[in-house]
Design a protein around this ligand. Structure first.
Ligand code: UDX
Length: 462
């Protein structure tokens, strides 16, 4: 038996709750305070045990998401330490210490990884971001020593990070949130230490996507690195659909799939900024009018709470007057979508995304080009890879949205560069090639399948 412990954010729960994360049976300690607790009947191989979090809650729409998220992660670690210690000790007593093979925990659950090791339980750390992102974590002290961080002013944000191409300073963790620098440094130092003291690092990525970045991690870390992604594709279709929808913090609106059925192939712009990203009220207005004036059919996920500073409300924010009339018959707006199925739908031609790692990977695997509006954390780095390295999308310029630029960028991605010579042409071809390579990685003899086998052998040997 092993134990799983995800961080209570959508982008961290999804990879951890993939039935193939460990390809085995286990006890899952679900994240505390989930609005929709996991439906145990759909996960018969798991025994769910709640752990009290002392009231620590995921960050609400805050003026500084990085700061709020880092503080929440630290609060959660403090609050869960004692209850988790009690729970694990009881499980070890029950089984005379014999049958817990290991704890698989999110790399940000620092205290829980420490507790498990103190009680003699081996650990595996799951990092839900890219290999490049974890490379940034390990390089963080060097980046501070070289003066890249904390960034002194906004003029420094566009400077290249010579040691970590293609990153720019503004792509580094907390570079745009100076107030969060100290706490981010603490969390990352502890996460890297926890990984180094674990039995291995599990990453939701695949070799063909991040070959050089994985090689660099294997060179720099003393523990084995298992690239087992894309995790959402490793599950059989029925299990994947059940897993994706039952691990959602909001109930997906499946009606949008029928709406997509009625649209022409590759005609629809899918717009979603994940579970945490927030925007200003002004940006929401520019987003709406940019979508409207693009003239394209669209499916827009408008999450309650997406507008920064708005009063907490279970309803999505209001769209500008005239938006419905301007887009009548051309769009669908939902609170939450079954994203993996949406991206796999023939009607979807492009994805306007915040570049959370799961969204990025899901788009790559579905062969859907991206328009990138990264907000915080690893998203800027992910967008840099999408735009500059894999060249399967373009980043929307500017920190503030402007409807004319939005409409032009939507056209560029939907038309794959509009046939003009330039950086954007060929995106769809490259994305489809990456989709093929993602499928190869999880096919017979594929790199991720081999890594899952090695991971399973390691767990059995612990
Ligand atoms: C967070 C961070 O923001 C992200 O940068 C980090 O890489 C992981 O943790 P989140 O913002 O939620 O995650 O983004 P993302 O990683 O893209 O995960 C969102 C998940 O929610 C995806 O698996 C996506 O399929 C799912 N989703 C999103 C839905 O199922 N429906 C939706 O309507 C929107």
């Amino acid at each position: 038996m092993f134990q799983l412990f995800p961080l209570p954010y959508q982008g961290h729960i999804n990879p951890m709750s993939s039935p193939s994360t460990t390809a085995a049976r286990g006890r899952c300690v679900p994240p505390p305070a989930l609005p929709l607790p996991p439906d145990a009947s759909l996960h018969p191989h798991y025994h769910f045990v709640p752990v009290h979090d002392g009231g620590a809650r995921p960050a609400a729409a805050s003026p500084d998401t990085v700061h709020a998220t880092v503080e929440h992660i630290l609060a959660l670690n403090r609050a869960c330490e004692a209850p988790f210690r009690e729970l694990l000790a009881a499980v070890l007593d029950d089984n005379a210490g014999g049958s817990v093979a290991c704890l698989v925990a999110d790399a940000h659950l620092l205290t829980l990884l420490d507790v498990a090791r103190e009680l003699g339980v081996p650990t595996l750390a799951l990092c839900t971001g890219s290999a490049a992102c974890f490379g940034c974590f390990t390089a963080f002290p060097m980046l501070c020593d070289k003066g890249y961080l904390p960034a002194q002013d906004t003029s420094q944000l566009d400077a290249p990070v010579v040691e970590l191409p293609p990153y720019r300073v503004g792509d580094l963790p907390a570079a745009r949130s100076p107030a969060a620098h100290g706490r981010t440094r603490e969390v990352l130092r502890r996460a890297v230490t926890a990984v180094a003291a674990s039995s291995g690092l599990i990453l939701n990525t695949f070799d063909a996507l991040e070959h050089a970045e994985l090689a660099a991690l294997r060179r720099d870390l003393t523990v084995p690195v298992f690239d087992v992604g894309p995790l959402h594709m490793l599950s059989p279709p029925a299990a994947a659909s059940a897993s994706a929808s039952t691990s959602c913090l909001l109930r997906p609106d499946r009606g949008c799939l029928e709406w997509l059925d009625a649209q022409a192939p590759a005609s629809v712009l899918y717009v979603s900024f994940g579970s945490l990203a927030v925007m200003s009220a002004a940006d929401l207005v520019e987003t709406a009018w940019g979508i409207a004036s693009s003239g394209r059919p669209f499916l827009w996920v408008l999450r309650p709470g997406i507008v920064r500073g708005g009063a907490p409300s279970p309803s999505p924010p209001h769209l500008p007057d005239g938006f419905d009339a301007a887009t009548r018959g051309r769009g669908a707006v939902v609170r939450w979508a079954p994203q993996e199925e949406v991206l796999a739908h023939d009607a979807v031609g492009a994805f306007w995304t915040h570049c959370g790692w799961n969204s990025t990977l899901e788009a790559v695997c579905a062969g859907v080009p991206m328009l990138c509006s990264p907000c915080f954390g690893d998203q800027m780095g992910n967008a840099r890879y999408v735009d500059n390295v894999w060249r399967v999308g373009v980043e929307l310029d500017g920190s503030e949205l402007e409807r004319g630029k939005v409409a032009a960028a939507i056209a560029a991605v939907m038309d794959d560069g509009g046939g003009e010579p330039g950086a954007t042409g060929g995106m769809r071809r490259r994305t489809l090639e990456m989709k093929r390579r993602a499928a190869e990685s999880i096919g017979v003899g594929g790199s991720s399948v081999l890594n899952v086998d090695m991971l399973a052998s390691l767990i059995q040997s612990l």
